[in-house]
Design a protein around this ligand. Structure first.
Ligand code: MG
Length: 222
């Protein structure tokens, strides 16, 4: 199994036009990254070519010496919109998935220090592994879901989506004030504390209550 550009929704494929991610949306993770939670959500993009299906292999790029895994709840949209009101935001949600926001931390730190974009740090092929999508009706309220990441069987992240500062409808509303959202788009909602360095040979497992399970291997790119 390798890179994909389609998401699996109950056996059918859905093609996202973009992957929007949120920086520092959990206070404990903001603390470990040494900066406060932004008052309004700060978004960045990953290319859809970074998508990887569960069972695939995350490739460590030769340009980086430090790559981390961040486990996150992904919102998958069934409908698009622009300037979506808060009250209508949840109507856009098709379902949810487990996503890893894989990050070349050294490249990100360098970009931060130089005031440059995070495109390389976040955008390598295979840097957005995602589980199959679970329909919203089966998940119910996305606030209050346990979210865990294990690296080689050891617990790295153990959080809960209730600790998100900017909640699912806030994120949809704010993102849609910047750009048109489209059917299939993915919105990664930020990571709890405990981001962990990953190495060649590691096995990463992410689980979110009622949403699903994501498992990938890690290998050096040759
Ligand atoms: Mg993240």
């Amino acid at each position: 199994m390798g890179p994909v550009t389609r998401l699996s929704v109950e056996g059918r494929g859905l093609r996202p036009s973009k992957i929007l991610c949120v920086a520092r949306n959990y206070p404990e993770h903001a603390r470990e990254s040494g900066a406060p939670v932004p008052e309004t959500p700060v978004f960045f993009l990953k290319p859809t070519t970074a998508l990887l299906e569960s069972g695939g292999t995350v490739l460590l790029p030769p340009q980086s010496r430090r790559v981390d895994v961040e486990g996150e709840l992904a919102i998958v949209l069934g409908k698009g919109g622009r300037d979506v009101p808060w009250e209508g935001a949840m109507d856009l949600v098709l379902g949810y998935a487990v996503i890893f926001d894989i990050t070349a931390r050294d490249l990100q730190a360098e970009a931060k220090a130089k005031g440059l974009p995070w495109t390389a740090a976040k955008g390598f092929d295979t840097f957005a592994p995602i589980s199959p999508v679970t329909p919203a009706a089966r998940v119910g309220d996305p606030d209050g879901l346990s979210i865990r990441v294990e690296v080689n069987g050891g617990l790295a992240q153990d959080g809960n989506t209730r600790d998100m500062v900017h909640k699912v409808p806030d994120l949809i509303r704010e993102a849609s004030r910047i750009m048109r959202l489209e059917r299939g788009d993915v919105l990664a909602t930020g990571t709890p504390a405990g981001v962990r360095e990953i190495r060649d040979g590691d096995v990463l497992v992410g689980t979110i209550e009622r949403v699903g399970r994501l498992e990938v291997r890690v290998s050096r790119k040759v």
